[in-house]
Write a protein that binds this ligand. Structure first.
Ligand code: HEC
Length: 110
């Protein structure tokens, strides 16, 4: 599990993986989907390995706000299983992806 995280953090650390796009759905697919799944529902393996949260769960949808998501993306999770994205993503990218995840239109089909 630790190795998976280190590989991930290195990948994020190299250059700008979202290619500068500040489009919420694009940032989500490029950065968040590796753990959370394309449509916010994490693959079983990610749940088993990292206890990734299901962003489509009613329990989460009911309390999701842009501020909550932004805090999570900026700081990562308390248990460090989700990394902090400050420095890896620009402020615009963080705001766009947070607004998208908290919006009623999440997840958008492609
Ligand atoms: C390395 C895997 C990984 C990546 C990449 C990742 N997350 Fe997470 N995420 C997690 C894990 C693990 C948790 C659960 C952490 C916990 O239990 O506190 C989590 C939790 C969350 C939560 C909290 C849900 C709740 O129930 O409060 C939000 C919101 C979230 N992630 C959004 C994002 C967004 C947006 C991105 C992309 C910028 C992202 N995550 C990228 C692993 C990841």
């Amino acid at each position: 599990m630790v190795r998976v995280l280190i590989v991930f953090v290195l990948a994020v650390g190299c250059g700008n993986p979202a290619s500068g796009s500040a489009d919420g759905p694009t940032v989500f697919r490029q950065i968040c989907s590796s753990c959370h799944g394309d449509a916010g529902k994490p693959p079983e393996a990610m749940v088993a390995r990292l206890a990734v949260r299901d962003l489509t769960a009613k329990e989460f949808r009911d309390r999701a706000t842009p501020a909550l998501v932004e805090a999570q993306v900026r700081n990562g999770s308390k248990n460090k299983l989700m990394p902090a994205f400050v420095g890896a993503l620009t402020d615009d990218q963080i705001k766009a992806v947070s607004a998208y995840v908290a919006s009623p239109t999440f997840p958008q089909s492609r």
